[in-house]
Design a binder for this molecule. Structure first.
Ligand code: ADP
Ligand code: MG
Length: 473
């Protein structure tokens, strides 16, 4: 098999896996994966990072192997290899999961559109995960969001064309898809077509090759709303620009809605015909900027709700503060943190997310995090353990070692004793002395209790695992 065959082969398998795992997991862990080789019953799957490898290996005995065997029963061993290049834009081996899930899902509610546009327009589909409601609004994207709301309430009349621009990963695709989804919800009879400008270009080239340019034209010119994402990729593609210009005029003259996104303002677009640029300037131009700290935090909180996970506020603040490039990255760090915690049965801590942030970015320093502490790595003395436990549970040190027996402090105290005993091997007497001169049998009892709880209470397990990580173990 060559690269393309492998890709098709992998996509066949992915389609089997998709219904078997949670959507969020599917999108996160299979993004940019590829089958690199199949030989003598062994299949090598490339993944872009160690987290994906960990997660996939964990799933191997279940959904994954079943799906693989359904497509190729001769495979009896699967090996994952980390190839960081798979995540980069110029490496085409990996499968783009988002496009897979967006275009292959039959959507019953959209039955009408499916029928009317079925022939070959694979790009019309919208991913229902994007909604205007789930878009967190802050100062830096308020106008863009408002314009999209207005367009979805009355397409073709308020802002036409609507031109949304901004840097990578700041929510343009989300806004465009969400607007399309909302239009369909508000007006189920309308036909909405979404295409990236690359898809648009490819379809034109294909239509010309097959001498079916007329069908292509009919298709794109008979819609109520045309959404073209990342228009900057039309640069220097003259034929496509001509076609797009005519499509644009036809739709515009008939009062149909056009929505466009781009990485730059119309004026700054290079390689695009002037007449197109002036068309873009006829309507509403809005930008999305990287949001401020509060909005970033709100986005993280929203994503936690979406994934139904609880993460400590200071950990979220740390991520919001230290990720400073794009929302995509913000989301990526969060998803990795969630997945890693799931794998390790722990809960994300500043220390564990700091490692993820550092891997993704080459920031000089992370605010609110002592990197020296990371090198020092291992907690060596009971004092280190006490301060880690006190910090983790947000209890004053004195209370942790004190004599007070109220509920909130008992478990952290027992866990602290357990960790000092288990990891630092101090004697029960020594530990008793550290905790306000307690009797060694009290300590034995506490350690015992934690050992038992670890077997039956996943929250205790999670806390102990996180604390061990904090201790550098
Ligand atoms: P772009 O198209 O500008 O490169 P995307 O629309 O793909 O960026 O956004 C990247 C990710 O960030 C998506 O998963 C999107 O849902 C999320 N995102 C971006 N902005 C917001 C926001 N304001 N609220 C919630 N999620 C957002
Ligand atoms: Mg995009």
């Amino acid at each position: 098999m060559n690269e393309i065959d492998y890709k098709d082969f992998w996509i066949q398998i992915l389609k089997k896996i998709e219904p078997r795992v949670k959507m969020a997991h599917f999108v996160t862990w299979f993004q940019d994966t590829a089958v690199l080789e199949v030989k003598d019953g062994m299949m090598i799957v490339g993944v872009p990072n160690v987290y994906a490898k960990g997660w996939l290996e964990n799933k191997l005995n279940g959904e994954l192997i079943t799906s693989i065997k359904e497509v190729d029963p001769t495979v009896n061993k699967v090996v994952f290899e980390v190839h960081p290049n798979l995540g980069l834009a110029d490496d085409h081996r990996g499968v783009d999961i988002k496009s897979l899930t967006a275009s292959d899902k039959p959507r019953k509610v959209r039955g009408k559109q499916e029928v009317r546009l079925a022939e070959g327009v694979s790009s019309k589909c919208l991913n229902p995960k994007y909604t205007l409601k789930s878009f967190v609004v802050g100062q830096d994207n308020r106008l863009a969001h408002a314009a999209c709301m207005a367009v979805s309430a009355s397409p073709g009349s308020s802002y036409n064309p609507l031109f949304v621009y901004g840097g990578v990963g700041l929510g343009k695709t989300h806004l465009l898809q969400a607007t399309g989804n909302d239009i369909l919800r508000n007006f189920p009879d309308k036909v909405v077509v979404y295409a990236t400008s690359e898809k648009f270009t490819n379809e034109i080239i294909e239509a010309i090759g097959k001498r079916s340019a007329k069908t292509f034209k009919d298709r794109y010119r008979n819609v109520d709303c045309l959404i073209i994402d990342d228009i900057q990729f039309l640069a220097n593609k003259e034929m496509t620009q001509v076609e797009f210009f005519h499509t644009f005029n036809e739709l515009y003259d008939n009062g149909k809605q056009i929505i466009i996104s781009s990485d730059k303002a119309p004026k700054e677009l290079k390689g695009l015909e002037q007449r197109l640029i002036s068309r873009f300037e006829m309507g509403m131009i809005v930008d999305v900027q990287f949001p401020d700290f509060e909005t970033r935090l709100a986005i993280l909180q929203a994503k936690c709700r979406e994934h139904q996970v609880l993460i400590a506020p200071d950990v979220l603040e740390f991520v919001a503060y230290n990720v400073r490039n794009s929302i995509r990255e913000l989301e990526g760090v969060l998803l990795q943190a969630i997945a890693q915690a799931e794998l390790e049965k722990s809960t994300p801590t500043i220390r564990s997310v700091a490692r993820i942030v550092k891997k993704l970015n080459k920031y000089d320093a992370l605010a609110g995090y002592d990197e020296k502490g990371d090198d020092r790595a291992v907690a060596r003395s009971p004092k280190d353990v006490l301060s880690i436990v006190a910090g983790y549970y947000k209890i004053p040190h004195d209370e942790l070692i004190g004599l007070d027996r109220h509920k909130g402090v008992m478990r952290p105290r027992q866990i602290a004793m357990y960790l000092i005993r288990q990891e630092l091997k101090h004697s029960f007497e020594e530990i008793g002395n550290l905790f306000s001169g307690r009797n060694h049998t009290t300590v034995m009892h506490a350690v015992d209790k934690v050992v038992k709880d670890l077997r039956k209470d996943s929250l205790v397990l999670r806390d102990v695992n996180s604390l061990k990580q904090e201790m550098g173990l």
